[in-house]
Design a protein around this ligand. Sequence first.
Ligand SMILES: Cc1cc2nc3c(=O)[nH]c(=O)nc-3n(C[C@H](O)[C@H](O)[C@H](O)COP(=O)(O)OP(=O)(O)OC[C@H]3O[C@@H](n4cnc5c(N)ncnc54)[C@H](O)[C@@H]3O)c2cc1C
Length: 267
Amino acid sequence: MKFANYHRAESIEDAYEILQKDKTNTIVGGGLWLKLSRREIDTAVDLCDLGLDTIEEDEDVIRIGAMTTLSRIEESDALRNVASGIFPRAVSFIMGVQLRNVATIGGSVMGRYGFSDCITPLLALDARLDFHERGTVPLVDFLHEKGKVTDILKAVIIEKSAAKGFFKKVQKTAHDFPILNVAIVKKEKGTRIAIGSRPSVASLAKEAMEYLEKAPTPDEVIIAETARLAKETLKYSSNHRASAEYRAHLAEVYTRRGLMEVNGLED
Ligand SMILES: Cc1cc2nc3c(=O)[nH]c(=O)nc-3n(C[C@H](O)[C@H](O)[C@H](O)COP(=O)(O)OP(=O)(O)OC[C@H]3O[C@@H](n4cnc5c(N)ncnc54)[C@H](O)[C@@H]3O)c2cc1C
């Protein structure tokens, strides 16, 4: 990435105004992914002075500021208490500490990266995104949108309701990108299954979730069928990391294991 000007925003309104002035103007989170791109931009807009780097909680929700680093998420007691702590756990598998000290949750979500180990658990947790202009948007809807985003993410919001969670990242080496990742969150009102790095961006396994919803106390047979549906109804593709067939197989195996775990069943 090359930029002609650097602007340290004084307020979110100031950042938004600069962002709208030129279509190349870009918000910088940790700057790690942007740095790898060949984009030439007029003004890089930095949000570092806007107090968006905190994790706050009230009775119902946890609000993670967009500039919060992955390390702070990993260390957050509040997040460790939600759904068996799958979100901080998932984050802890991303590269090394040095990278996690710089990479932000804002950059991790806004990039809509297929390989993301953040988006998959956040989707299972039914996270919402709080934007400056648009207000609150469910993550699941944001992931379906196409094209350049011209809004600014202020925070990621997660509900605190009681839940059990499961997360699995399949990777070749400790510091590698995922071949596939699976996140499952079981709440009183239902179970959400998200599968990412297929290698496209994470999706909910909707047919599998609908099938599971019909069984209030799932047993091994129902779980096996749910996992089969997760394999059959989502699209898996091949790339240099793994074949479509291998990914689909992994999805079935880890959906089944995850559902056994969140339902308190022995595998
Ligand atoms: C070598 C390497 C290995 C990695 N391995 C993994 C891995 O295994 N798993 C994984 O999940 N991730 C991995 N990542 C990605 C990393 O975790 C971050 O998600 C990534 O670097 C983006 O975060 P950032 O803060 O650097 O964002 P930036 O690079 O600053 O920004 C990324 C995008 O988000 C936009 N943006 C940032 N903040 C906002 C905001 N508040 N509002 C609107 N738009 C915004 C930017 O304009 C840009 O388009 C890896 C990254 C690198 C460099």
